[in-house]
Design a protein. Sequence first.
Length: 485
Amino acid sequence: MNKRKFLAFSLSLVLILVFTGSSFALSPLNMSTANPVVPIVKKAAPAVVNIDVEKTARRQVSPFPFDDDPFFKRFFGDGFKEFSRSVPMKGRGSGFIVSKEGLILTNNHVVDGVDKITVSLQLSDGSKKTYPAKLKGHDREYDLAVIKIDANEALPVLELGDSDALEVGEFVVAIGNPFGFEQTVTAGVISAKNRSIHAQDVNFDDFLQTDAAINPGHSGGPLLDMNGKVVGINTAIIPYAQGLGFAIPVNKAKEIFSDLVEKGRVTRGWLGVSITDANSDVAKMYGVPDGTGIVVAKVMPGEPAEKSGLKAGDIIVEVNGQKVKNSAELRQKIGSLPPKSSAKLKVYRNGKPQTITVKLGERPNDEHSDNITLEDNDKTSGGSDALKDYGINEVREIDSNLKKRYKLTSENGLVITEIDRNSPASYEKGLREGDMLLEINLVELKKVSDLSKALRTLKDGDSKIVIKFEREGTTNYQVLTGAAK
């Protein structure tokens, strides 16, 4: 073979290999099988439904075309504003089928208070079928609801996974109907776990965070892992941010699902207290080794906590042998226990640990009991000349006049009667006249003379004090730092 023929043969072989390789690289079959999201969507999408809701609301309307004209107001006043009429309001969300009997899991805020629920299901042939749905049960705390449709044909069902086993960084897929665009698929990763959001109607402490796009209308739709199992229920977004979506862990839904179906609501354990988190200085001052715990701010009369001997000022650190670091964890653990069951609480009282067994009651419907009742946790009290360095100019022993003046519930103790409103104690910590001082640095305060005894507990060079105080029957703690000398 001469040189020219060899070069021509080599060039032909190269071209054959290039085109052959290109055909394999561009094969649609290989592209689909290389993408793990495709089979997940094909299997899961038929069980994701669109939920349309309707509600009738009354709105004020005016029969007068010029209701803001001063001339009309002169003769008719504001009476014309009392006219109202019924106005239909519509909304839309998502959900997914969890049983062959037609049970559908969604968010409570999608169906709460509505008059009519309609479910749309996309069939395998591409057509759509609608069904009327009934509310089986709902829970505002977890923002979950179960609705039911009656269908003659077999229904596709999604399998529930294990949200506790999720790792940050795992890939997830969201399916829903944002803005009415049905069967929309987005993908991303688990960005974080145990996120807390407390704003407007959202009040939850255990969200999954994902960067999979979540938009209005996605609410109630499934968040799926790479096995196609539901690991979350898409719930919340932050409108002004990108890549910040939130889903309720599916294990929360598992906890309450049977209650929602059988009872229509969730029964939760209840202590009957108001609580707030103890900051590290307060916790350490009261003998808590790791500096975390939950302060019992108020014990409600006649409720389980009072009957068991729990007192205001106790710091709870464990429930049934499990540590609780903050008030959200305590509410969750107590709420997960059934009413009439017993809970063993490890508490610190006056710096000493003890165990108190409480027979739980049932939490009243739609109430976040065992919760913070003070609008601001940074509130304290102080004392006469001895406490001027802390912004508290005068403290007096309670008498009948002060009791009446400040509407106090006790005649024993000390009360703040004058405070420097330009001091941190006032504008940062929120102290005010009428706050009752109970303790400073674990020293009980009954007389003004007790203040000097309490301040003697300070070490040289230390001006920080921990105060226990009461306002409107609720006990709380705060840390104050004295002015520099």
